[in-house]
Design a protein around this ligand. Structure first.
Ligand SMILES: NC(=O)C1=CN([C@@H]2O[C@H](COP(=O)(O)OP(=O)(O)OC[C@H]3O[C@@H](n4cnc5c(N)ncnc54)[C@H](OP(=O)(O)O)[C@@H]3O)[C@@H](O)[C@H]2O)C=CC1
Ligand SMILES: C[C@H](O)[C@@H]1OC(=O)[C@H](O)[C@@H]1O
Length: 257
C-alpha cells in the first residue's frame, strides 16, 4: 500500500484569522477532512458564521475571540483549547493584514501593526502551541500562511513583504529546532485569492490584467486550491515534509524574462 491518508479524523486544529477569507476556507476544509477546529479572530459574528458551517459537517469547534497581537490573549486562547481538548495537533498561522504604503510613507505605527499581526502573532502561537506539541507523542503540524510577497518583490508594500519573508525563514528555523519533537513546520505562499483583504484590488480590471500577465495559469486562485495543500501538509500524506514553503501561485513565482 503506497497511498497515505489525507484524512484528519480525531485531530484538533487551531486556525487564526478563521473569521473570513482564507482562514474560514482553511478551517472548513480541515473540518471536511475530519478535524475539530478552534477558531480565532476578533469579530465574534464572523467566527460564529464559520462555526455554523463546520457544525453542519459534524465537526466540533471552539470560538476564541482574541487579538493575536497580544501575548496574554494568545496564551488565554491556547489555554482554553488545551483545557477543552488536551491535544493540539495542527496550528494554522493565518491571521494577517496589510497597509499598502510606499516605503517612503510607512509610519512607525503602520510598521508595528503589520509586523505584530503578520509575524509576531505567528511566532507567539508557534511558541505557545509548540510547547504543547513538544510533549505529545504525536508531535504536531504548524503551517504558516506566508505569501509570494515573501519570495518576490510585489507592489503591495515593503513591510508586508518583509513579514512574509520572515515567516519563511522562521519556518525553516522552527522546523530545524522542533523536528526532534515530531513537529513539522511548513509555509504556504499564496498568490492572489479573492477575499475581503483583496476584493477591492481584484475588482480593478487593469490590476487583474497586470496580475494575469505574470501568472502562467492566467487566473487568480480559488480558495479550495489553498485548502488542498494545507490538508496535505496537515495529514499523514505530508509526514516527511518540513521546513518548506509551498507556493500556491498559478506559477507566478517562476516568472523570469
Ligand atoms: N487573499 C490573498 O490573496 C492572500 C492572502 N495572504 C495571507 O493570507 C492570510 C489571510 O488573508 P485573507 O483571508 O485574504 O485576509 P482577510 O482580511 O480576509 O482575513 C483576515 C483574518 O485575520 C483576522 N485578523 C486580522 N487581524 C487580527 C488580529 N489582530 N487578531 C485576530 N485576528 C485577526 C481577521 O479577523 P478580525 O478582523 O475579526 O480579527 C480575519 O479573520 C493573511 O496572512 C494574508 O497575508 C497571502 C497571499 C495572498
Ligand atoms: C499577494 C499578496 O500577499 C497580497 O496581495 C495584496 O494586495 C495583499 O495586500 C497582499 O499583499
Amino acid at each position: 500500500m503506497f497511498l497515505p491518508s489525507f484524512r484528519l479524523d480525531g485531530k484538533r486544529a487551531v486556525v487564526t484569522g478563521a473569521g473570513r477569507g482564507i482562514g474560514r476556507a482553511l478551517a472548513v476544509g480541515l473540518a471536511e477532512a475530519g478535524a475539530d477546529v478552534a477558531l480565532i479572530a476578533r469579530t465574534r459574528e464572523d467566527l460564529e458564521e464559520t462555526a455554523s458551517i463546520i457544525h453542519e459537517l459534524g465537526s466540533r469547534t471552539l470560538i476564541l475571540q482574541a487579538d493575536v497581537t497580544k501575548r496574554k490573549e494568545v496564551q488565554q486562547a491556547v489555554a482554553q483549547v488545551q483545557g477543552e481538548w488536551k491535544n493540539i495537533d495542527i496550528l494554522i498561522n493565518n491571521a494577517g493584514m496589510n497597509i499598502r504604503s510606499k516605503a517612503l510613507e510607512v509610519t512607525d505605527e503602520e510598521w508595528q501593526t503589520i509586523m505584530d499581526t503578520n509575524l509576531k502573532s505567528a511566532f507567539m502561537f508557534a511558541q505557545e502551541i509548540g510547547k504543547i506539541m513538544k510533549e505529545q507523542p504525536t508531535g504536531g503540524r504548524i503551517i504558516n500562511i506566508s505569501s509570494v510577497a515573501g519570495h518576490v518583490a510585489l507592489r503591495t508594500g515593503v513591510v508586508y513583504a518583509s513579514t512574509k519573508a520572515a515567516m519563511i525563514q522562521m519556518t525553516k528555523v522552527l522546523a530545524m529546532e522542533w523536528g526532534q519533537y515530531g513537529i513539522n513546520v511548513n509555509s504556504i505562499g499564496p498568490w492572489y485569492f479573492k477575499t475581503p483583504l483583496t476584493a477591492k484590488l481584484l475588482a480593478d480590471e487593469d490590476y487583474v490584467r497586470d496580475i494575469l500577465a505574470v501568472t502562467p495559469l492566467k487566473r487568480v486562485g480559488e480558495l479550495p486550491e489553498l485548502v488542498g495543500p494545507v490538508v496535505f501538509l496537515s495529514s499523514e500524506a505530508g509526514s516527511y515534509v518540513s521546513g518548506q514553503t509551498l507556493f500556491v501561485d498559478g506559477g507566478m513565482t517562476i516568472h523570469g524574462f
